[in-house]
Design a protein around this ligand. Structure first.
Ligand code: CP
Length: 318
């Protein structure tokens, strides 16, 4: 059961934008998670419509594909009473030569949005937009840099299942070096007191490790003592060709199977941010294991987490 919402001290969250977990301290992450917990408790109640953003316009700009993030931001904004404009940027006038900056200034002038949610393949694109528009900007994933709301919803999912983050050991496995999900999760989990094992082929390990993080190139070693095992997709769109020679070989060494899962703690939980490639980084019977897999819980918790973020950045303005 969540903390009563009136006891969540929103005044301590002073950020205008959510561009990355790197901008947040543990107390600010805690405020988001407490609010997200409250929204998660009420998510199945169709009559729960706080309407705190009635009159607000939330603009989502996705320059890369998305199923989960874009849709859950839309659902979250609508549950809070906002109007939502979704732009598919693959069909915008950028294809006719309009610059990125002119596209942003045009949309801002037309809609006067109260918040912009943006996903872009360029590192730092959300921060660039934040420097050009007057409203809050939320990073929905930029290159391999950050995906802050994914890390927040992952933390919410772990905490609602295990009751805590502090003291846990979490393995993050697969294509860590190209993953914004891994970057934001490593930052968030270590800020909240978890330790992190990253497990990847040497070519997919990051060059630098934060305090509280250990690197392994073997699943057997890397999963030892872990309470949670988080798998990642191979991000070919950001990867130099040839780093993964064969998906069958990758699955053999790094794909999560029930056998490999025996190296983790008894009852260890399995996560994946999606989209999943079954038979590459995860076996079907692990992804669908009703006792171990939190994958659909993660998707569900995307909505209350994004409600909490919109609430914190916009509440009081409507
Ligand atoms: N996890 C995630 O970002 O999924 P989408 O690409 O479907 O938004």
């Amino acid at each position: 059961m969540s903390k009563p919402v009136e006891k969540v001290d929103r005044s301590k969250f002073k950020h205008k934008h959510l561009l990355g977990i790197s901008d947040l301290n543990a107390e600010e992450i805690e405020i988001i998670l407490q609010l997200a917990d409250y929204y998660a408790d009420n998510l199945d109640d169709r009559s729960f419509k706080p309407d705190i953003l009635k009159g607000a316009i939330v603009l989502t700009l996705f320059f890369e594909d998305s199923t989960r993030t874009r849709t859950s931001f839309e659902v979250a904004a609508k549950r809070l009473g906002a109007d939502v404009a979704n732009l598919d940027m693959r069909t915008s006038s950028e294809s006719k030569g309009e610059s990125f900056m002119d596209t942003i200034l045009t949309l801002n002038s037309m809609m006067r949005p109260d918040a912009i949610v943006v996903r872009h393949k360029e590192y730092g694109a959300p921060a660039f937009i934040a420097s050009k528009v007057p409203c809050p900007v939320i990073n929905a994933g930029d290159s391999w840099h950050e995906h802050p709301t994914q890390a927040l919803l992952d933390a919410l999912t772990i905490r609602r299942k295990l009751g805590k983050i502090d003291g846990l050991k979490v393995a993050i496995c697969g294509d860590v070096s190209h993953s914004r999900v891994a970057a934001s999760n490593i930052d968030l989990l270590t800020k909240l007191g978890a330790s992190v094992n990253i497990v990847a082929p040497p070519a997919l390990l990051p060059e630098k490790l934060k305090d509280g993080v250990q690197a392994f190139d073997s699943m057997e070693e890397g999963l030892k003592g872990c309470d949670v095992v988080m798998m990642l997709r191979n991000q070919y769109e950001r990867m130099e060709a040839g780093l993964i020679k064969s998906e069958a070989e990758f699955f053999e060494q790094y794909g999560l199977t029930q056998e490999k899962l025996t190296h983790a703690n008894k009852g260890a939980l399995v996560m994946h941010p999606g989209p999943m490639n079954r038979g590459v980084e995860i076996a079907d019977d692990v992804a669908d294991d009703p006792k171990r897999s939190l994958i659909l819980e993660q998707v569900r918790n995307g909505v209350p987490t994004r409600m909490a973020v919109l609430d914190l950045l916009l509440k009081g303005k409507f």
